[in-house]
Write a protein that binds this ligand. Structure first.
Ligand code: CS2
Length: 506
């Protein structure tokens, strides 16, 4: 079949029959699909991951698990996915190869940025048995170092005062549960698909804490009717770029404002604690387990640990993307050594996975030149990511009396990134991190003294647990590496570390 003639045609159900042969289309009757899942946060990751698993499930013949997509923060969905009746193109790319498929599993979209009411109408509906979400680390309103609700957050303060018009994610979920309790009473499984440790426990904890404060029997109803299984989600899917939209338009002849690009690899491990009916995602490649912890640590400490370390050192080396970092032998060598020598020994056995193979597979994924994952994108919100990716392995290594030089260098990379973004250091770039302002203030006060900077930054106890911050081995290593990375030639410092010399005086 040839490409549609009008190059400005927008992707629409009516266009499905005339798509070029290179674009796969939903292998099921979309009109027969009803909604059963409500998803909050329809960003690139959701479209590249859970929505694709769901599309696979629908292709297998089930009709009851369509996704109702909801955004409670920008961007608006109505003008993009909505205009396309939920359809979008998913490109799987690896170096020169590309596989295109139109995904049809999102059956409706709801914008709820101005008020919670539209989202609540969906979340509380009796035909919704599963609520999933990708709202990023910050959305849970918890303190990363403890996992508990941060009740000082302005949106939580608001929701405690006005629980019927919530503005936070935990407040929204709580209100939806309250409406469910008061109307039909159907149980619901609430699934965090964010890449944060113990995501189900954290979500459960912040919602239960709000429920206890709300009273009215809500906490008891939640205990009996709601579950928060933990999940491990994995697929590298960077923010879509203009080049990706233009690719679809030029290659396939239609405009799609919701294109998403991902790598071939995907993984989804879900704890089998379901409060009510749950989609058989295990029939399309997901894994249901009792406890997701070992999988989660593996992924966060190896794949994500490498990404986070590379993004900061990569920016300091003036590289743009992860694959550029991996093409630099110094940084690729650093990442491999850090993972094998320091991160990997902290991991518990993971059923069915050989960790050494997993390391090599992860590094290969990061070399994929078609995945243009920007270092600055991965660097975003680093304060919310380094705990699970770098600091927890460091804590475990210290407890075992083992070395932490390479992991500490990566932590110093995060610090140097925020310090160099400060006005005192010339605003080398703009850093998007909830603690960027705090680090900039420290830099302003302390100037270029690595020990003073380290003291100031390690005192942020929302990131650094006090026992870790007080550990002299950690403090000394970070100070040394921060000094090196703030020098005129940061890569010379990395080279010295890799050559196993100069650790004491770098
Ligand atoms: C990345 C992740 O930006 C980031 O924090 O490390 O989005 C990563 O690509 C995914 O976790 C892969 O599954």
């Amino acid at each position: 079949m040839s490409a549609p003639r009008d190059p400005r045609a927008v992707l629409q159900p009516a266009l499905l029959t005339s798509l070029p042969a290179a674009v796969a289309r939903p292998a099921y009757d979309r009109a027969a699909v009803t909604r059963g899942i409500a998803h909050i946060g329809v960003g690139a990751f959701h479209r590249a991951h859970q929505a694709e698993f769901t599309d696979d499930l629908l292709a297998g013949g089930t009709t009851r698990w369509g996704i109702a997509g909801i955004n409670i923060r920008p961007p608006r969905l109505t003008e993009t996915l909505g205009r396309q009746q939920g359809l979008y193109t998913r490109l799987i790319r690896e170096d020169q190869s590309v596989a295109a498929r139109v995904i049809g599993s999102i059956v409706s979209v709801t914008d709820s940025q101005e008020s919670a009411a539209p989202a609540l109408a969906v979340l509380a509906a009796p035909d919704i048995d599963v609520i999933t979400m990708t709202v990023t680390e910050k959305g849970y309103c918890h303190t990363p170092a403890t996992g508990a609700l941060d009740a000082s957050r302005p949106e939580i303060v608001h929701d405690l005062a006005d629980p019927e018009a919530p503005t936070s994610l935990p407040g929204l979920i709580l209100r939806a549960l309250e409406l469910r309790m008061r109307s039909h009473g159907r149980p619901v499984t609430v699934v965090s698909c964010d890449n944060i440790p113990a995501n189900g426990d954290i979500l459960g904890a912040v919602v239960r804490e709000l429920a206890a404060r709300r009273g009215g029997g809500l906490a008891g109803w939640i205990e009996a009717n709601v579950s928060f299984p933990g999940t491990m989600v994995d697929r590298i899917a960077p923010a879509t770029s203009e080049t990706d939209y233009a690719f679809v338009e030029n290659q396939f002849g239609y405009r799609d404002d919701a294109v998403v690009v991902g790598e071939p690899f995907r993984q989804w491990v879900i704890e089998n604690r379901f409060a009510g009916p749950f989609p058989a995602f295990d029939s399309v490649g997901a894994t249901f387990v009792e406890d997701v912890t070992a999988f989660e640590h593996l992924k966060m400490r190896i794949l994500n640990g490498a990404q986070t370390s590379l993004c900061y050192l990569g920016v300091l080396a003036a590289h743009a993307h992860t694959f550029d970092d991996m093409a630099d032998p110094l940084l690729a060598g650093f990442a491999r050594r850090m993972l094998i020598e320091e991160s990997l020994p902290t991991l518990a056995p993971v059923p069915g996975i050989d960790p050494a193979v997993y390391v090599e597979q992860s590094l290969a994924r990061l070399r994929n030149t078609a995945i243009r994952h920007r270092n600055h994108q991965i660097a975003t919100d680093g304060s919310q990511k380094i705990v699970q990716r770098l600091l927890n392995p460091i804590r475990d290594r210290l407890a075992a009396g083992a070395g932490i030089e390479l992991l500490s260098l990566a932590v110093a990379g995060w610090m140097a990134y925020l310090v160099r973004a400060s006005a005192r250091f010339g605003n080398a770039w703009s850093a998007d991190d909830p603690f960027a302002g705090r680090v900039a203030a420290i830099a302003d006060r302390v100037g270029a003294d690595p020990a003073g900077l380290t003291d100031g930054i390690l005192a942020i106890d929302a990131i650094f647990a006090p026992p870790l911050a007080a550990d002299p081995r950690f403090r000394a290593a970070v100070t040394r590496h921060l000094g090196g990375l703030l020098g005129a030639d940061p890569m010379a410092h990395v080279r010295r570390v890799m050559a196993h010399e100069g650790w004491q005086d770098a």
